[in-house]
Design a protein around this ligand. Structure first.
Ligand code: FMN
Length: 208
């Protein structure tokens, strides 16, 4: 059975990043009920920031910090996944510190000879304003490319009316109209859902 890991990269468990991940799950489930899904709330894990000791450069390429934090728990899920989706909030044009810490601590998985090679990767971003999410997406794409993952965007919905990268905003389409309580960024959600579908369809294609 193919496995898909989905990471909610916000310290807030039930906000926009979570909305994007849930939409992606909806899309995946529309393609098939057969995928094993591991949804990870990054804030549930205590991850110590990398201190640059470079121990991971030398065999056995382990990180000494793993003894005292939760990175091994995430590792068990990530290293056996066929696809990985990360939704990160936009903090000053970059990912949240929780996701940056996770990215830095993933270095041993590269140094152990590209353990994440060929994993399908899809980036998603939650932002306050309509602009700025691109920096978050760039951070996530760089992470994926440096690990040798296969980066995909949405190519299912309307090529004119939808974007290829899910970036939600707290602002609605008329820029000054902020989203109210219980409202959603419908377009961002639709793109996230279609991206989930795309990832699922690709995995099925590779199964053949
Ligand atoms: C420290 C911090 C910095 C932020 N910087 C930006 C920013 O530069 N541009 C922006 O559009 N939104 C910014 N935001 C707003 C968040 O991107 C927005 O609230 C987003 O929905 C957070 O994701 P979440 O709802 O999943 O927590 C910032 C929020 C915080 C807490």
């Amino acid at each position: 059975m193919k496995t898909i890991c989905l990471i909610v990269g916000s310290p807030r468990k039930n906000k926009s990043s979570n909305f994007l991940i849930d939409k992606a799950i909806e899309g995946i489930r529309e393609v098939s009920a057969d995928f094993k899904l591991n949804k990870i709330q990054i804030i549930d894990y205590s991850i110590t920031p990398c201190n640059g000791c470079d121990a991971c450069l030398r065999p056995p390429n382990d990180c000494p910090l793993t003894e005292n934090d939760d990175i091994k728990k995430i590792e068990e899920l990530i290293l056996n996944t066929d696809a990985l989706l990360i939704a990160a909030p936009n903090y000053f044009g970059s990912v949240s510190s929780q996701i940056k810490t996770f990215i830095d601590r993933s270095r041993p998985w590269k140094m152990k000879n590209y353990l994440l090679k060929d994993v399908i990767f899809a980036p998603l971003a939650a932002t306050g304003l309509r602009n700025g999410g691109e920096g978050v997406i760039a951070d996530l794409i760089n992470f994926a490319l440096i690990h040798g993952m296969i980066v995909v965007g949405n190519a299912i919905g309307s090529p004119v009316l939808e974007g290829n990268i899910p970036i939600t905003s707290l602002q609605k389409h008329k820029l000054k109209e902020f989203i109210g309580k219980d409202e959603e960024d419908e377009l961002g959600g639709k793109i996230a859902k279609d991206l989930g579908k795309r990832v699922a369809e690709l995995l099925k294609k590779f199964e053949k």
